[in-house]
Design a protein around this ligand. Structure first.
Ligand code: BJW
Ligand code: ZN
Length: 292
């Protein structure tokens, strides 16, 4: 990174703790951001549900975030699974089917293509909160899935984690999971839900997803924190920046002097802490930012 650019941007960082002043210094100057990117040696892309919105996958907190009459946050908990595993499995079965049919969009592809072009001379890490697998399908290699993956299961008894792309994941879920508001309850017997295939175990499987109130996998979290603590440029893409611990990653990076650029349809609680803000659909803004 050129010394003068670093000085200009780092002097702005000092102002980060005063959001009102920072807001007036915030830039949406794409050529300037691209210059920072060119000089960067370590880049992190931190993504959220917004990057998959243009692939047809609903975000959590936007319109379409409801399944039947439930907010995702009320089903994505260990308590919900304990009290009604059938309902929670229907919810995840539906989302697996939607994600399996979706295709990576221009935003996912721009990131993967950037890594393919620059992976030899820069360290480029994608940290995603998404569980839909679209970054990997777009070709991203250095990928950290913070909150797990829809296409992995974990045995509640022996804890084995396995990839699983079956559709449906079990016979009893075939034709179930419709988001229809009129569908009430769920009554699949536990014995018909997905179970561990190991003869000596046979435990109930659950989605390998980090639910609210659960700790993130310590090794995954450590890897993400390391990437965040050494990057010199960070792109924060399509996340509302309200779910912890991911919500503090980019503000912390900005506070230590990394250059952070946010790509979102609308400002978030963290926007004022960042150097660059590019408003709009990231399927359009990311290809502009990451083009040659
Ligand atoms: C576009 C766009 C386009 C749209 N282009 N942009 C500290 C303080 C307070 C609370 C806590 C805390 N530490 C932990 C907590 C509790 C909790 C938490 O953070 N709660 C908050 C809601 C307050 N965190 C946890 O429980 C975590 N565990 C943990 O920390 O354990 C230790 C602990 C526990 C309890 C207390 C203290 C410590 C685990 C969090 C796991 C998150 N799991 C979920 C569900 C996964 C299940 C599933 O997928 O089914 O992960 S929650 C949900 O939110 C999902 C997402 O990954 C995550 C983030 O959402 P995201 O991606 O930002 O999506 P949206 O919808 O919110 O935003 C989309 C954005 O895109 C919007 O801004 C749009 O504008 C934008 N957008 N289209 C660009 N085209
Ligand atoms: Zn098992």
């Amino acid at each position: 990174m050129s010394i003068s650019l670093l000085r200009t941007i780092r002097s702005t960082v000092v102002i980060c703790s005063f959001p009102k002043i920072m807001a007036s210094r915030q830039s949406s100057d794409m050529p300037k951001f691209r210059e920072a990117l060119r000089s960067a040696k370590e880049i992190v892309v931190l993504s959220g549900a917004g990057i998959s919105a243009e692939s047809g996958i609903p975000t959590f907190r936007g319109a379409g975030g409801l399944w039947r009459t439930y907010e995702a946050a009320s089903l994505a908990t260990p308590g919900a699974f304990r009290s009604n595993p059938s309902l929670v499995w229907e919810f995840y079965h539906y989302r697996r089917e939607v994600a399996a049919k979706a295709q990576p969009n221009a935003g996912h592809l721009a990131i993967a293509e950037y890594e393919a072009r620059h992976g030899a001379d820069k360290k480029i890490t994608v940290i995603t909160q998404n569980v839909d697998g679209l970054h990997a399908r777009a070709g991203t290699n250095d990928l950290i899935e913070l909150h797990g993956n829809l296409f992995k299961t974990r045995c509640t008894k022996c804890k084995e984690v396995l990839a699983n792309n079956d559709s449906p994941i079990c016979e009893a879920l075939a034709g179930r999971g419709a988001p229809d508001l009129n569908v009430r309850g769920s009554d699949i017997p536990i014995s018909s839900l997905p179970h561990c295939q190991k003869a000596e175990c046979g435990g109930l499987l659950r989605p390998h997803i980090v639910w609210f109130g659960e700790n993130l996998n310590p090794a995954v979290l450590e890897k993400a924190k390391t990437a965040m603590s050494t990057c010199d440029v960070c792109l924060v893409v399509g996340t509302s920046s309200v779910v912890y611990p991911a919500a503090m990653f980019a503000p912390e990076a900005a506070a230590r002097g990394a250059i952070v650029a946010e790509f979102n349809l609308e400002p978030t609680p963290a926007t004022s802490e960042f150097h660059f803000y590019f408003q709009g659909p990231c399927g359009t803004t990311l290809p502009q930012a990451l083009a040659e």
